[in-house]
Design a protein around this ligand. Structure first.
Ligand code: CAA
Length: 298
């Protein structure tokens, strides 16, 4: 269960009762989530109950780039469970997108976040379907590791384009709308390796450190317009990306994590749901470290 305020928890229980009967709890939605119609009903009920409870009258729309797999999937699920309309972007894996729609109720959109015009077309479709984006989670990222002496220009450019340019391509095209509406949340998923550097990841570490600078500068510009901009730096999380690290290398990395294990994607999602909430309005320009004490940034 992601981070939810007490009022939201009561509402979530009401929502489950309406859609599944009074015995249901929140986990029922996760178990029975292939029923997207039920999920839409849940949206409507949630919207109504939030209005009655005097919370935001307007339902908010969240975009999660790379939102159908790994950490992004957990974020899409967490935001959907918290009552947002969620657009989960992806670039290639249609099967993962179908499964994401079935398990989370988020709507999936295929476009290339490294291409400005492709992002523009994707955002237009999301706005037509779900309304303008109020919460952007710039999560899409790839690795293409090699020691620097073996790193090609293609390896550098591709990782910078997908992991860093994407944040510009998305945020620039929703920024004016957020300013006009006086509300926005931009959450950039950076990395422990953007904070400390990592052997074999000059490209990735540069892109992820770039996201932290992007966050700090943009936070100052959004502050007077009700827009917060924050970065989350996950440590090593149990995802496909981390499992692709050679076994012996991964073992030695895990041995440096004081908590003694990889993180869970849901542990990043709950931070993200919190930063998206009204409660987090005074947190902006921050770098939230979620890494099991593997690297304690000052
Ligand atoms: N520190 C110091 N030296 C290292 C090292 C390290 N961490 N890793 C490798 N080396 C050394 C090797 O011992 C070797 O030394 P010798 O030549 O003296 O034997 C030399 O570097 C070259 O090593 P390889 O021949 O293994 O080089 P390679 O080209 O096969 O691959 C690599 C190197 C791709 C970087 C591989 O070590 C690797 O995959 N490392 C993991 C990188 C990593 O942590 N990626 C994180 C992915 S997950 C992620 O990024 C998510 C997130 O946000 C946390």
């Amino acid at each position: 269960m992601p981070f939810l305020g007490p009022k939201t928890k009561i509402i979530a229980r009401f929502r489950c009762a309406i859609c599944y009967g009074s015995d249901a709890d929140e986990s029922t939605i996760a178990r029975d989530s292939s029923d997207v119609l039920t999920s839409n009903l849940a949206d409507a009920a949630n919207f109504m109950l939030r209005s009655i409870a005097g919370e935001e009258v307007m339902s908010r729309t969240a975009l999660v780039t790379g939102g159908t797999r790994g950490i992004g999937l957990a974020i899409s699920a967490g935001l959907k469970a918290a009552g947002y309309a969620v657009a989960a972007n992806y670039s290639g894996n249609d099967d993962a997108a179908k499964s994401c729609e079935a398990t989370t109720g988020a709507k999936c959109y295929k476009f290339d976040v490294s291409d400005f015009d492709s992002v523009g077309a994707g955002l237009a479709q999301i706005e037509a379907d779900l309304g303008p984006v109020d919460i952007a989670v710039n999560n899409a990222g790839i690795t293409w590791d090699a020691p620097f002496h073996k790193m090609s220009q293609a390896q550098w450019q591709k990782v910078i384009a997908v992991d860093l340019d994407s944040a510009f391509n998305v945020t620039r095209q929703i920024w004016e709308g957020m300013r006009d509406r006086g509300f926005g949340r931009v959450i950039n998923i950076s990395s422990i390796n953007g904070q400390k550097g990592q052997f074999g990841q000059v490209n990735y570490s540069a892109a992820k450190a770039g996201l932290i600078g992007f966050t700090k500068a943009l936070a100052q510009e959004g502050a007077k317009k009700g827009i917060t901009v924050n970065a989350i730096c996950p440590g090593y999380i149990d995802t496909e990306m981390v499992r692709a690290v050679p076994e012996n290398v991964l073992e030695s990395i895990i041995s440096t994590i004081p908590v003694g294990r990889l993180g869970k994607a849901e542990e990043i999602a709950s931070m993200c749901v919190y930063l998206a909430s009204e409660d987090a309005a005074f947190i902006t320009g921050a770098t939230m470290t979620v890494n099991g004490a593997q690297y304690i940034a000052g």
